[in-house]
Design a binder for this molecule. Sequence first.
Ligand code: ATP
Ligand code: MG
Length: 301
Amino acid sequence: MTQSTAPRRVAYDTDEFMPAPVELPDDTVPRETTELPAPDSTRVIVIANQKGGVGKTTTAVNLAAGLAAGGLTVLVIDLDPQGNASTALGVDHESGVTGTYEVLIDGEPIERHVQSSPEAESLWVLPATIDLAGAEIALVDVPGRESKLKRAIERLIARHRIDYLFIDCPPSLGLLTLNALVAAQELLVPIQCEYYALEGISQLLRTIDLVKGSMNDRLRLSTIVLTMFDARTRLSAQVANEVRTHFPTETLATAIPRSVRVSEAPSYGQTVITYHRASAGAQAYLTAAGEIARRGATKGQ
Ligand code: ATP
Ligand code: MG
């Protein structure tokens, strides 16, 4: 393990830590027909909820795998120092591996640090290591600190054809999440079907309004995903009803059931889509991915 006291560059100047170069799809190559409809341009979707453990990462990786299984090109940016999305998508992210940190702090291009996920041919990951925990502090004195990710994404999608770009956020509304909110067009909020589910959502919405008013006019809450739905409990149904009442158009028809397979998959470095495709959880995420793709395709028609 590389200690954080060592010069950062040393780690990735050696071949040992350099991920194999990857070829993101070129914008000029005609695409093959895909099972799911492709959006006209890249949909940049931030997955955020400052409440911890509500299913942000699980939703990010499984929707990404579901869309990639439908033939679309998907990039997941892991913006959480915990690196859970990198783990679930089976890519290296031990300390010393390069990724989101270098993009945010050193202004490096995303394509230099993405890794191909073994989950699907068209699925890519910009991994996060624990070093990212220092990024909030390292960014404080940097001019334009809240738009670092936005600029990197703009440069990436000008050159590569990516259909969906998901940003998995940490459970806070700090500078990392702010970078994601400034970079994205859409906000996807996972809401766990539990008591207190809606607490904190109003704070999240106030933050969105602030970002919209000052830093990113395009941002809109496009999607709410109900997670860990337990059909046996009245509480789950009550929470689901309440969320649908507040957000009738944003909430997906598909609720993700609480399922052991979903929670087991990351320990195999997999999404539930490849770990146990026939399971209820995998089927729900595949259906949810289809809903998102079709909504995007009909937008503006
Ligand atoms: P954090 O705020 O720490 O980033 P998170 O919002 O990303 O957390 P997850 O890590 O996706 O949340 O999920 C929290 C826990 O709940 C994990 O252990 C995950 O495996 C489990 N989990 C998520 N969705 C389901 C589900 N549908 N069924 C069962 N367990 C689930
Ligand atoms: Mg997470």
